[in-house]
Design a protein around this ligand. Structure first.
Ligand SMILES: N[C@@H](CCC(=O)N[C@@H](CS)C(=O)NCC(=O)O)C(=O)O
Length: 290
């Protein structure tokens, strides 16, 4: 299986920064010690600077992903925003290979590999973010206080269970993605019926979307408060797909997405660029003369 390891610009910049910052600190400590004239003083100085350099090191992350997917975009944005040293493997065309299925019988991406996990791998975008935030104490993205955390969890479950199925039924036909068994779009119904079902799904998006605004955000810039939480990353990424059907997002949602992108910068823009690039591609194909 050909592996494409894509290393993000943000990450290599951080890596370079870490290395550059770590070296002079250790060097300076070693230099300063002889000047102090005491051999014993050299050790504590060097030891003091060592943990600093170590704690600045970004935790490694092995991620299998698909670039056009917003489920994957979610974890890719989070990994960058939280400063992971993420090695991304493009799983396009490999999710049903015997090797992949042996590790992940659900054949899904995003998937992370982590020795600490009982089965060595973890899929489901929200579970991945929850796990990594728990493991590394990333409270900025996933608050620890039970009541606050419950709201983030509720928003994410509501998204996966209610909003996302509508988004998928409305956008997958335009994205060229397969639909789920049991849905009209997956059946051999005639094109008019399929189009009717797609329109119904599109119309159904407005209600849960408004719930995120009125209930979960509740006047705050983000669901997470002043900073985007993992629920915000999950929501903003999901809404990216709506561009493929020219869905008229309410003003608040447009501003909300812009605010997340502004706050997270390249961490958001880079994975979003892959999704947007794919949307631009499918749209250009749809317009191209047969
Ligand atoms: N609820 C899951 C959805 C994951 C999912 O549907 N992944 C798709 C890409 S969007 C996938 O990997 N499909 C490949 C396959 O089924 O073979 C999540 O949020 O992670």
């Amino acid at each position: 299986m050909a592996k494409t390891v894509t290393k993000s610009a943000g990450k290599s910049a951080t890596q370079a920064k870490t290395k550059a910052a770590a070296k002079p600190a250790v060097k300076a400590a070693a230099k300063a010690a002889p000047k102090a004239g005491a051999k014993a003083a050299a050790k504590p100085a060097a030891q003091k600077s060592a943990p600093k350099a170590k704690s600045a090191k970004k935790p490694a992350l092995k991620l299998s992903m698909l670039k056009p997917s917003v489920n994957n975009m979610t974890v890719r944005v989070f990994a960058r925003a939280a400063g992971f040293d993420a090695a991304e493997t493009d799983a396009w065309g490999h999710t049903r290979s015997p090797e992949y299925l042996a590790r992940n019988p659900a054949h899904l991406t995003p998937m992370i590999e982590d020795k600490g996990l009982p089965r060595g791998v973890l899929w489901e975008s929200c579970a991945i973010m929850q796990y990594l935030a728990n493991k590394h104490g990333l409270e900025k993205f996933y608050p620890k206080a039970p009541a606050k955390r419950a709201m983030i969890d509720s928003a994410m479950f509501y998204l996966i269970g209610t909003l996302y199925p509508y988004v998928a039924r409305a956008t997958y036909p335009a994205l060229g993605f397969p639909q789920y068994a049991g849905e009209v779009g997956h059946s051999d119904a005639n094109p008019d019926k399929k189009s009717e079902a797609q329109k119904a799904a599109m119309a159904a998006i407005a209600e849960p979307l408004e719930v995120f605004h009125s209930f979960f955000r509740d006047g705050k810039p983000f669901i997470g408060g002043k900073n985007p939480s993992i629920a915000d990353i999950r929501l903003a990424a999901t809404l990216e797909f709506l561009a493929v059907i020219d869905y008229a997002l309410p003003k608040w949602a447009q501003e909300y997405m812009a605010a997340i992108e502004k706050k997270l910068g390249k961490a958001y823009a880079e994975p979003a660029g892959d999704v947007r690039g794919y949307i631009a591609y499918v749209r250009s194909q749809a317009k191209a003369p047969a």
